[in-house]
Design a protein around this ligand. Structure first.
Ligand SMILES: *Cc1c(COP(=O)(O)O)cnc(C)c1O
Length: 391
């Protein structure tokens, strides 16, 4: 057997470099990598010096990831952003990196529910003291915040399902006075409609899964911030945990963002119109754009508009009737998550999940996310649902 002059194996493994001359495109290339190659041994030995921004190992990102991170940072006028595998991971990474045994954390009672699951399992097992507060009552925050011991206050505005808007600048001032960092989940608004860093927030989390992804087919999250020390801490924590994201998913998010402003403008306008019409037909509608909504004035002050998600509050409607109403829908799909091209509804219950805000056993909610189908089809669907609910 003659193998001595056969370089076929190498030809298979090392592709030739194609010329880039004359090639220009409007897209961001997908750079996949686990190994990052170094020009020489000394560069490899000193690779840690490239962190937290440079390229060291695929887990910490490739130019595709960095492009998405820079674009989100620019949309927020922020110094940096970090892409993580989901919106939930953005929140848990912040909490895992900042909190240790004996620390106190205050979380708004209307937070995205899986954050409460994380708090009562993982944070609890690590000895972190978790407490919930009512974000609509500053006095509740003032009574619960412990100067020196409260390391982090976490808000979400509007809150999940019940949509309360909180006074972020006032909460930020209380946090600064007590030495606590303030984090904010900005998924509903995105950086296009609210820039929480400019309102005094230290750390923003967003589910890129929703409006940036925009097509119900990827899961990603982002941590967005100005403080470079915190940025290095979060990157180091993700490296230690072994958490990274796929450049292919980041490429889908970069494509989604291309149309995000238009999609949100459309969904926001339609959600406002539907909210008004539903209110006029006798529903209690939870949408910040409505003058009847308690957070309306704060929303007008701090937000540049509305996105496509809002809720109906149902009093004394039994779950069987809610299910019958939702089963009339032909254009809306029933499911979790939102922010895609398809309109989505979900029945929601918050009683039993509340620790600091009032909740009534006989109150439930229907959350609607408006997508890109025709307004007539969607409204006809909403009428079919309303007929059962009001009948
Ligand atoms: C969906 C959502 C998340 C979680 O995002 P995933 O990417 O699904 O983990 C976090 N916060 C809010 C407000 C959300 O709506």
């Amino acid at each position: 057997m003659n193998t001595s002059s056969n370089n076929n194996d190498t030809l298979c493994v090392v592709p030739p470099a194609a010329s880039l001359e004359g090639f220009a495109s409007l897209t961001v290339p997908v750079y996949r990598a686990s190994t990052i190659v170094f020009p020489n041994a000394a560069a490899y030995r000193s690779r840690a010096a490239r962190s937290p921004d440079g390229y060291t190992y695929g887990l910490a990102g490739t130019p595709t990831t960095r492009t998405l991170e820079s674009q989100l940072a620019e949309i927020h006028s922020a110094a940096r952003s970090i892409i993580v595998p989901s919106g939930q991971a953005a929140i848990t990474t912040v909490m895992l990196a900042l909190l240790k045994r004996g620390d106190h954390v205050l979380i708004t009672d209307n937070v995205y529910p899986p954050v409460k699951l994380f708090a009562r399992t993982i944070l609890h097992s690590f000895g972190v003291d978790v407490e919930y507060f009512d974000p609509t009552r500053l006095a509740d925050l003032e009574a619960k915040i412990r100067p020196g011991a409260t390391k982090l206050v976490w808000v979400e505005s509007p809150g999940s399902t019940t949509m309360e808007i909180c006074d972020i600048p006032a909460i930020a001032a209380r946090c600064r006075n007590s030495g606590a960092l303030l984090g904010c989940d900005n998924t509903w608004a995105t950086g296009l409609l609210c820039k929480p860093l400019s309102l005094g927030v230290d750390i923003v989390a967003e589910a890129i899964t929703k409006y940036a992804g925009g097509h119900s087919d990827i899961l990603l999250g982002a941590i967005i911030l100005d403080d470079l020390d915190l940025y290095a801490r979060f990157r180091a924590a993700l490296g230690a945990l072994g958490v990274g994201t796929s450049p292919d998913d980041c490429s889908h998010a970069l494509r989604g963002i291309q149309t995000m402003a238009l999609r949100i403008r459309h969904a926001g306008a339609l959600s406002e119109q539907f909210a008004q019409r539903l209110e006029a037909s006798g529903f209690k509608v939870l949408h910040p754009c409505l003058p009847s909504f308690s957070g309306h004035a704060l929303w007008r002050r701090d937000f540049a508009g509305c996105s496509g998600v809002f809720s109906l509050l149902l009093e004394g409607v039994d779950p069987g009737k809610v299910d019958r109403a939702l089963d009339q829908l032909r254009t809306f799909a029933i499911g979790a998550s939102w922010g895609g091209t398809r309109s989505i509804v979900a029945p929601m219950v918050v009683a039993g999940e509340r620790h600091a805000m009032p909740a009534h056993e006989d109150v439930s909610y229907i959350r609607l996310s408006i997508g890109l189908e025709s307004a007539e089809d969607l409204w006809r669907d909403i009428e079919r649902m309303s007929d059962v609910l009001l009948g």
